[in-house]
Design a protein around this ligand. Structure first.
Ligand SMILES: Nc1ncnc2c1ncn2[C@@H]1O[C@H](COP(=O)(O)OP(=O)(O)OP(=O)(O)O)[C@@H](O)[C@H]1O
Length: 253
């Protein structure tokens, strides 16, 4: 479990997180939502120890990130918005192998991890990384993280730069991530609605932590989080059967 206990973080005089307490379990899928500058990316960086709390504690599987930041960096993989900025090697195979090779693993183990990770996201091993589509590059970034065998994966607006087709590829790959704790930072409420839980931040504070169903039904929470319910939810509320509502939304995208 990733557990934050009253975590605050400031960049100089800017308080980005203010006494945030929450937990993320392995196997659950959590959407992190909230307006710009509400602290979502800072929270992600606290969880994988790229940043350490100014106050409070972040505990990853029982280990305090201040005591052992490398433990959290291994356990919590990060995928960022921009697929191009995450490519580190010319060939697809070498790109995914980059992390495991840096761990000093035997080449046989590196290759096993590379092929498993590529299979998990549905990417072919041959080819050049820069020739992939935007969506495929994002799959490559996810494969690179999976090859490190994390317990949790945080995706910071993974579909923000992608077209409809690329977004669908990435969404399908994320749905296939079983057994890991998955945190998706998103402004897309359709994406948030597919999570088990939604955590909303505003002004660096947690203003909601509940199921999508409850979150999207609670006008006060929605107002505090500065978001609106997704189209599929509104259609459902208008008594259109869920599968049909889902299809309407898919065909609209
Ligand atoms: N490196 C930095 N230096 C100074 N201030 C920063 C830095 N990174 C973030 N901040 C500030 O911290 C606050 C929270 O930013 P953060 O990026 O965590 O929010 P966010 O919810 O991820 O925003 P967005 O949705 O725009 O990506 C903002 O006021 C932001 O300006």
């Amino acid at each position: 479990m990733i557990e934050l206990r009253s975590v605050s973080y400031s960049y100089g005089g800017i308080r980005a997180l203010d006494r945030v307490s929450l937990s993320i379990k392995r196997g659950e899928r959590v959407a992190l939502v909230g307006p710009n500058s509400s602290g979502k990316s800072t929270l992600a960086r606290i969880m994988n120890a790229l940043l350490l709390p100014c106050e409070g504690e972040c505990i990853v599987d029982g280990v305090d990130t201040k005591a052992d930041p490398m433990h959290a960096r291994r356990a919590v993989g990060m995928v960022f918005q921009d697929p191009d900025s995450q490519i580190v090697a010319h060939r697809v195979l070498d790109d995914v192998a980059f992390g495991p090779r840096n761990l000093g693993l035997p080449e046989k183990e590196v290759q096993r991890r590379v092929f498993e990770a590529l299979k998990a996201v549905g990417l072919e091993p041959d080819g050049e990384a820069q020739r992939l589509s935007g969506g495929q590059k994002q799959l490559l970034a996810i494969a690179g993280v999976l090859a490190m065998r994390p317990s949790y994966v945080i995706l910071d607006e993974p579909t923000a730069f992608l077209d409809c087709r690329g977004s669908r590829l990435v969404e399908d790959a994320i749905s296939g991530l079983k057994g890991l704790g998955v945190v998706i930072i998103t402004h897309d409420m359709e994406e948030a609605a597919r999570a088990d839980r939604i955590i909303a931040l505003s002004g660096g504070r947690v203003v909601a932590d509940s199921t999508p169903e409850r979150f999207f039904s609670d006008d006060a929470q929605l107002a505090m989080a500065g978001v609106e319910p997704p189209y599929s939810f509104r259609l459902r509320k208008a008594s259109i059967p869920a599968p049909m509502a889902h299809e309407v939304v898919r065909s609209c995208r």
